[in-house]
Design a protein around this ligand. Structure first.
Ligand SMILES: NC(=O)C1=CN([C@@H]2O[C@H](COP(=O)(O)OP(=O)(O)OC[C@H]3O[C@@H](n4cnc5c(N)ncnc54)[C@H](O)[C@@H]3O)[C@@H](O)[C@H]2O)C=CC1
Ligand SMILES: O=C(O)[C@@H]1CCC=N1
Length: 265
């Protein structure tokens, strides 16, 4: 198996690590560099992976996964640039940071692929979107798709779409968890016990996503199938439209896209 160094073992680092292990990588194929010692120990205990400093981790790695905050990318690259193996592939999962900025901080000609994952990867239902940098080959892009296969779906898009992708699928789970929270609180206000409310909301989201996925039907059609003339759904949808739901989503995704551009500096 490809030797992988994972730099940054936070929420997304552990999520990707889990996906690699699910996809057939052995713990001995992966070494993690994580700045917080107690977090590094936790990852070793949970997943059986070795941990090391950044430079030690990358020395024998064929693929380096960058999973630190966008603000920490420059310093982590400076830390490891001199120790990268020849022919290494660097895969960045940092929001906003362009492949060109990463290439510039690394030895001339280093292959870089930019990826935007999301947290449903924790349960193998992620959406990861990859874009090759200037020097990444088709074979390296294939390798990234294979590596991330254990996290869920993988799509390739031109890098100019990555800020919008970040606003949709990268941050998207948070919007839906907020919807789950709001629906659960509203159900409790209507008098339902909280555990019943949570189960109804979770299964409704899961069932609706599965129906959308498996039927391949347009969301408008699926919404119309729920909406009886003069019925309960029509009353609810009118309230949501009056509350500005569509505008709120349009504004939210634009704000996320703009923040991604900003993080890229
Ligand atoms: N959390 C999410 O849903 C998503 C996160 N991302 C991207 O993933 C990256 C990481 O995000 P999270 O895991 O959420 O953040 P996090 O803060 O949970 O994890 C970052 C980890 O990097 C470690 N770190 C910082 N500098 C380091 C260094 N020099 N060497 C080794 N480790 C170092 C920190 O101690 C921390 O554990 C970000 O760039 C973010 O944009 C992308 C898509 C979704
Ligand atoms: O909030 C963030 O900046 C990261 C990127 C996409 C999801 N979480």
């Amino acid at each position: 198996m490809t030797r992988v160094a994972l730099l940054g073992g936070g929420v997304m680092g552990e999520t990707v690590l889990g996906g690699l292990l699910r996809g057939g990588y052995a713990p001995s194929d992966v070494v993690v560099a994580e700045k917080r010692a107690e977090r590094a120990a936790e990852l070793t205990e949970r997943h059986g992976v070795d941990t090391a400093t950044g430079p030690d981790a990358v020395r024998s790695a064929e693929v380096v996964l960058l999973v630190v905050k966008p603000q920490d990318v420059a310093s982590v690259l400076a830390e490891v640039a001199d120790d990268l193996a020849d022919g290494v592939l660097v895969v960045s999962l940092a929001a906003g940071v362009t492949s060109a900025a990463i290439e510039e901080a690394l030895p001339e000609g280093t292959a870089v692929v930019r990826v935007m994952p999301n947290t449903p990867a924790r349960v193998g239902q992620g959406m990861a979107v990859a874009s090759p940098g200037a020097h990444a080959t088709d074979a390296q892009l294939e390798l990234v798709k294979e590596m991330l296969g254990g996290t869920g779906k993988v799509l390739v898009v031109p890098e100019k779409q990555q800020d919008a992708v970040t606003a949709v699928s990268g941050s998207g789970p948070a919007y839906l968890f907020l919807v789950a929270e709001a629906m659960t609180d509203a159900a409790v206000t209507l008098g339902l016990p909280r555990d019943v409310a949570r189960e109804l909301v979770t299964q409704t989201l899961f069932g609706s996503a599965t129906l959308l996925q498996e039927s391949g039907e347009h969301p408008t059609l699926l919404r119309e199938q729920v909406t009886s003339p003069g019925g309960t759904t029509a009353a609810a949808l009118a309230a949501l439209e009056a509350g500005g739901l569509r505008t709120a989503f349009a504004d939210a995704l634009t704000a996320a896209r703009d923040r991604s551009v900003e993080l890229g500096g």
